[in-house]
Design a binder for this molecule. Structure first.
Ligand code: SAM
Length: 241
């Protein structure tokens, strides 16, 4: 039935407009949305990362998330932090809220994918019990938003948990560079898209992290258990302090 409908739309040259309309509906939260991280496994991983930092006597700074989309991982991290009575930790999310960038196809990703409007994301987070006062959402393309001005306006000093979920190599590298100054003593960094484009020999998060560590030899990364095969999680320690 679905194939027939698509064929008919194509014959009537209505397939592209129909797809675009469906995309708008989806971005605005008017159609079903599938979680973009495995919920149970991500929550477990978030809890064990927080427990690790707690055991080390860590003083918690912010949660930074690069690639928020509808907010699955943001809501789960909020829950994990609340479970540890760490609801005062700020949840700071950066996203275009336009989906993947126009040039993302050069790095193996489809422009516009995962688009959620900021409004739909806020509604989703509210429906998952995330109080708005815990949240800061920064809308825009990373090459424009990940600046010292943004750092200042957010009063960003220290990050303890960092989620790099913007999929492609270039935004992931920008995110790491921006997060670096907030890596005061130690943090757990989650990469959701490790090696996705490796089979096509396209650089991705793996290469972004390797070049980041190469540029920052004072950082030591210890791999932790992950929440799915395509993700990697590292405990990163600043050895210069
Ligand atoms: C896979 S989704 C994030 C999923 C999210 N963490 C979750 O659990 O639902 C990737 C997100 O990265 C964002 N993104 C990718 N490249 C970007 C860039 N250059 N600037 C801003 N946002 C970007 C996209 O808009 C998209 O929402």
């Amino acid at each position: 039935m679905k194939a027939l409908t698509l064929k008919a739309l194509e014959a009537l040259r209505l397939l592209d407009p129909a797809r675009s309309l469906y995309g708008q509906f989806k971005a605005n939260g008017l159609t079903p949305w599938s979680p973009l991280v495995p919920e149970g496994a991500f929550l477990e991983c978030a809890l064990s990362s927080i427990a690790l930092l707690r055991e080390r006597g860590h003083k918690f700074g912010d949660y930074l998330e690069f690639g928020v989309s509808r907010g699955t991982s943001m809501a789960l991290m909020a829950k994990a932090l609340s479970d540890f009575q760490l609801s005062a930790v700020r949840l700071i999310g950066f996203d275009s809220f336009e989906g993947m960038a126009k040039d993302a196809y050069l790095e193996g990703w489809r422009p516009g994918d995962f688009r959620s409007t900021q409004r739909a994301t806020l509604a989703y987070l509210a429906s998952h019990g995330v109080a708005e006062h815990r949240l800061r959402l920064v809308k825009g393309w990373f090459n424009e938003t990940l600046t010292e001005e943004t750092r200042g306006s957010l009063g960003l000093q220290k990050a303890s948990l960092i989620m790099i979920d913007c999929d492609a190599h270039t935004p992931s590298r920008l995110a790491l560079t921006f997060a670096c100054r907030s890596l005061v003593d130690e943090a757990v960094i989650f990469f959701d898209d490790w090696g996705w484009t490796e089979a096509d020999q396209i650089a991705g998060q793996k290469e972004a992290f390797a070049s980041f560590l190469g540029e920052n030899p004072h950082l030591r990364a210890i791999e932790l258990a992950s929440y799915r095969p395509e993700a990697k999680v590292f405990h990163v320690i600043n050895t210069s302090i």
